[in-house]
Structure formats: structure tokens, C-alpha cells
Design a protein around this ligand. Structure first.
Ligand SMILES: Nc1ncnc2c1ncn2[C@@H]1O[C@H](COP(=O)(O)OP(=O)(O)OP(=O)(O)O)[C@@H](O)[C@H]1O
Ligand SMILES: [Mg+2]
Length: 439
């Protein structure tokens, strides 16, 4: 994955190096001229001083011999005195191979691989001064490098600044990403356009139009399921009625097939009912602030409705709920969660078993638990039973596989936490519902 930062830096790095090289080259030429002119001036003045001294007192002055360090490192100027006929009379450092130059003025010479800057005077008894070319080059290079130093310092500083600037520039993009990640298929909201930079605006606008189309598609799908379930309702009721009439007419001689037909129609009716519930739950709606409800009251109602099922199945049903527990949530959603969990507990627990329901106040909110003595759910399937139409094979109990999907939708919609786990203290399932927003 190529990062925008790396790309920016990769583009800027050669640009910086190029400008650094240009500055260095420019500086070098500039310093070679200015430092060269200055050093030439010094050599010129030194030579003239010796010439004047010689003219006032025609005697070769005593010269202090130089050493290699002074010549090479310090760039001390070497002085030579020559006779008119080109014989070396005296010098303070030998340069074998350097003859008296025929023309007066400055000369650049290369002798035995060593560069020399030489100035020759025009007087009769001639003075010639020389300075190491290597020394001059070194001084120029050093000065040019020194002048380019700020650039070397600027490169890392600019990179850090650039890094920070890109980070700031990309923050709106991160906000957009967070807004997208926070989307829930049940409540697809437009992404905010506030504080989105111009470059990102077209992207966010297109995303919003895509979200609007998605919303329409979801709504159309839900309407379709709702309409289909609704349309199926009437013919199924009629069919059930016909089957009943048929059984009554046939009386005791009714074949077993009629009973199976009735059971089949009942199953179909339940499936259609569940589908209708699910479709209603998933309707995208802007939620108003839910009212405060008493969980114990809702739980008692739910239990009251399912007592006949408990009795029919021969399952012992008990409730532990000491005090009223108020919570801010949609009563229909809560009821939907309770009904489905309780119904499952009662239907999957074999006759003679127990279902315990408890309501407790915890440090982080209220908690309702449904625990049964049924077979539980194989651990690897605990995550799958919330899928629509998913049923564990071989339970011997009929169902449409939609109950937990409905409970889950209702829980998500109302911000309720729902989790299933197998009981550790024996066989059976423990369904835990947590309400973090206790009122
Ligand atoms: N208390 C439980 N004990 C054992 N298995 C359970 C329990 N609750 C759910 N299950 C398993 O999870 C599956 C999915 O449950 P879910 O309520 O979604 O569908 P269902 O009960 O099969 O059908 P319905 O839509 O009629 O409720 C069930 O088929 C069952 O195998
Ligand atoms: Mg169920």
C-alpha cells in the first residue's frame, strides 16, 4: 500500500537534493571568485612589498624557511627571488620545477601533480610568490559547504513539518472513514459534509448518494417481505380453517394426513408471523427518545403469556426479580427479546426440566438471565444461531430459525447487549441480556 506521505516525500527528496547541489555548485563558483580575488590581492601586495624593499635596499632579505604544514595546510605564500637572467637567488620553500615565469602577472601551474597559483613581478630583479592550489581549493570548498549547511538542516526539518502537515490535512478523511465505519445497515445516515475539504467533497457527496440508494433498496426489500408475509397471512388462515372443517367432517375416521396437514399449516403460519415481525423490526426509522419502562413488569407479562407453553411442555418456570427495575428502552423491542429467549428456553428444554429467569442490578446496569436445563448449543454454533433461518440440526423441535434473529435486531435497535453461553454448572443454555442505560 503506497502512502500519500511516502509519495510526497519521494517526490520532494530529489527536488531537495537537486536544489542542494545547485546551491553548492553556485556557492563554489562564487567563493572561488571572491576568495581567489582576495588571496590574489594578498599575494600581489606581498610581492610588491618585497620589490619595494629591494629597491630601497638592494639586498636579498633573510627569509624564514617554511615547512610542509605551513605551505599545504595554512596556505602560507612562498617567496622566491630571481636574478634578471632567471637564476633562483633565494626562496623559503623549494618548488623544484618552478621556473621564473616569462610574463609578469598571475599563472596557474601544475608541477608534479601539484597545483600552484603563482604571481611574477615585472621588476628587473624579480620576485615570484606562489601559493598551494590545493589549499585554495580546500578553502573554497569548505566555505561553499558551510554556506550550504542550512539546507542540510532544512531537509529533515521540512520533512517533519510536511509529515505533520499531511497528518493534519488527512484528518478530515479519517473523520469521513469513522463516519462510514459507524454506519449501521438499519440506520444509514448521510455522512457529514461539515469541515470536509473541497478535494474530498465529491467523494463524500457520491458516498451520500450511494447511501441514499442503499436506503431505498433496503426499504424496498423490507416492504417486499412485509407485503409478501402479509399477503400470505389470509390464505393461510383460510387453509387452516378448511383443514379444521375437514377434520370435523371426517370425525374419528380422519386419516393421520389431515393432522399432519394442520401441523404443516401451523408451521407456515408461524413462519409468516416471524417474517412479519422481523420485517417490521428492520424498518428504518428515526427513533424518538424511548420512554422509561419497568423491566420487571415487562418480564412478568412475557412470563404470563408463556406459562401455558411451560405447562404444555411440562417445564418448571421460575422468576427471581426482587425490585422494580427502570430502564430507558423501547417496550416492544424488550418484549421481543424476552419472548424469543423465553420461548426458546421452554421449547428446547425436555419435559421435567427447569427454566429460571432472573432480574438483577449490576454495577454496569441491569441484567436479565434465562437459564434452562436443555441440551445447550454446540459452542462452535453459538455465533451462528443469530443468523436468519439458521437452526441447529437434530434438536427434534420445530421452528423457523428466525426467533434469535428477531431478538438480535430488537436488541441492536434498543442498545441492549445480548449473549448466549452454555451453562458451566450443568447442561443447558444461559441467555444474558444487559441493559446499560438503567434509568
Ligand atoms: N435455549 C436453547 N437451547 C438449545 N438450543 C437453542 C436454544 N435457543 C436456541 N437454540 C438453537 O438455536 C436455533 C435458533 O433459534 P431461533 O430461536 O433463532 O430459531 P427457532 O427457535 O428454530 O425458530 P423460531 O423462529 O420459531 O424461534 C434453534 O434452532 C436451536 O437449535
Ligand atoms: Mg426460537
Amino acid at each position: 500500500m503506497s502512502s500519500l506521505r511516502t509519495q510526497l516525500l519521494l517526490w520532494l527528496l530529489p527536488l531537495y537534493l537537486l536544489s542542494a547541489a545547485a546551491v553548492l555548485g553556485g556557492n563554489y563558483v562564487h567563493y572561488r571568485n571572491s576568495i581567489g580575488a582576495f588571496m590574489d590581492g594578498q599575494m600581489h601586495r606581498l610581492a610588491l612589498a618585497y620589490v619595494q624593499q629591494f629597491q630601497t635596499e638592494p639586498r636579498i632579505p633573510a627569509l624564514t624557511p617554511l615547512n610542509a604544514e605551513q605551505v599545504e595546510h595554512d596556505g602560507t605564500v612562498i617567496v622566491q627571488f630571481w636574478s634578471g637572467n632567471g637564476r633562483l637567488l633565494a626562496d623559503n620553500w623549494p618548488i623544484p620545477g618552478l621556473a621564473l615565469q616569462q610574463t609578469a602577472g598571475f599563472h596557474d601551474l601544475r608541477i608534479d601533480g601539484h597545483d600552484w597559483r603563482v604571481y611574477t613581478t615585472a621588476a628587473v630583479s624579480r620576485v615570484q610568490v606562489a601559493q598551494s592550489g590545493n589549499f585554495r581549493r580546500r578553502v573554497v570548498l569548505h566555505s561553499a559547504l558551510e554556506a550550504a549547511e542550512p539546507i542540510a538542516f532544512l531537509i529533515p526539518v521540512t520533512f517533519v513539518l510536511l509529515w505533520i502537515a499531511v497528518w493534519f490535512a488527512l484528518r478530515p478523511l479519517e473523520r469521513v472513514v469513522q463516519a462510514i465505519a459507524a454506519q449501521d445497515e438499519r440506520s444509514l445516515k448521510d455522512l457529514p459534509l461539515r469541515r470536509v475539504p473541497g478535494e474530498l467533497r465529491p467523494l463524500v457527496v457520491s458516498m451520500n448518494s450511494l447511501l441514499a440508494r442503499l436506503r431505498d433498496a433496503f426499504a424496498a426489500q423490507q416492504r417486499f417481505v412485509q407485503d409478501a408475509a402479509h399477503e400470505l397471512h389470509t390464505p393461510l388462515t383460510a387453509l387452516k380453517l378448511q383443514a379444521e372443517i375437514l377434520r370435523q367432517k371426517l370425525g374419528a375416521s380422519a386419516p393421520e394426513e389431515v393432522a399432519r396437514l394442520e401441523a404443516g399449516v401451523e408451521r407456515m403460519q408461524r413462519l409468516v408471523e416471524q417474517l412479519l415481525r422481523l420485517a417490521r423490526l428492520e424498518v428504518v426509522e428515526t427513533q424518538a427518545m424511548p420512554a422509561i419502562i419497568d423491566l420487571r413488569a415487562v418480564l412478568t407479562q412475557s412470563l404470563g403469556d408463556l406459562v401455558p407453553l411451560a405447562e404444555a411442555r411440562g417445564v418448571d418456570l421460575g422468576l427471581t426479580a426482587a425490585e422494580p427495575a427502570q430502564v430507558r428502552a423501547d417496550a416492544r423491542d424488550v418484549r421481543s427479546v424476552f419472548d424469543n429467549l423465553l420461548e426458546n428456553a421452554l421449547r428446547y428444554t425436555p419435559a421435567g426440566g427447569r427454566v429460571d429467569v432472573s432480574l438483577r442490578r449490576m454495577a454496569d446496569g441491569l441484567q436479565v438471565e434465562f437459564s434452562d436445563t436443555g441440551p445447550g448449543i454446540p459452542p462452535e454454533l453459538l455465533g451462528r444461531v443469530f443468523d436468519r433461518f439458521y437452526r441447529v440440526l437434530g434438536t427434534g423441535t420445530e421452528g423457523s430459525g428466525l426467533g434469535l434473529a428477531i431478538a438480535c435486531s430488537a436488541a441492536v435497535r434498543s442498545g441492549i447487549h445480548l449473549e448466549l453461553q452454555n451453562r458451566r454448572d450443568g447442561s443447558g443454555l444461559l441467555a444474558r441480556v444487559r441493559f446499560p442505560h438503567a434509568a
